[in-house]
Design a binder for this molecule. Structure first.
Ligand SMILES: [Zn+2]
Length: 136
């Protein structure tokens, strides 16, 4: 995955949302601030990223841990990953979280919510009303 995809993904998401919604939600994602210190990798602005995502911090954290195949510690603001994780990989995983759990499958709007329906969880778009199943 190229480095620019993060920006273009989010730019695309914004473009496709009807104007009133994109203005209302003003969806921007902070760039991940990653610091490698000795044998651990620190995602310094985890809380800000989760805030922008409007998702459960623990869900995002577990996703990153699983995808990166490491363990870590979640603090209030930061996350510490065991080992040296290239910043690019962390960014890729955040993009993949956004694609899997935030963007609408139909209109690509980020204005979505999880919805429980019997035993499945659906991602429901607040912009166009489309739903798609997600695996939590
Ligand atoms: Zn939609």
């Amino acid at each position: 995955m190229e480095d620019f995809e993060y920006e273009s993904l989010l730019g695309r998401a914004r473009e496709r949302i009807p104007k009133n919604i994109s203005e209302r939600s003003r969806w921007t994602m902070p760039e991940p601030e990653v610091l490698i210190e000795g044998n651990q990798t620190i995602l310094r602005n985890f809380a800000a990223i989760v805030d922008a995502m409007d998702r459960d911090a623990n869900h995002v954290y577990q996703f990153l841990i699983n995808e990166l195949g490491t363990s870590g510690t979640r603090e209030q603001v930061r996350v510490l990953f065991k080992g040296r994780v290239p910043p690019k990989r962390i960014k890729e995983k955040i993009v993949s979280y956004v694609k899997s759990y935030i963007l609408c499958g139909q209109c690509r709007a980020p204005d979505t919510r999880f919805m429980k329906e019997e035993r499945t969880t659906l991602l429901k778009c607040q912009a166009c009303g489309a739903t798609r199943p997600v695996k939590l």
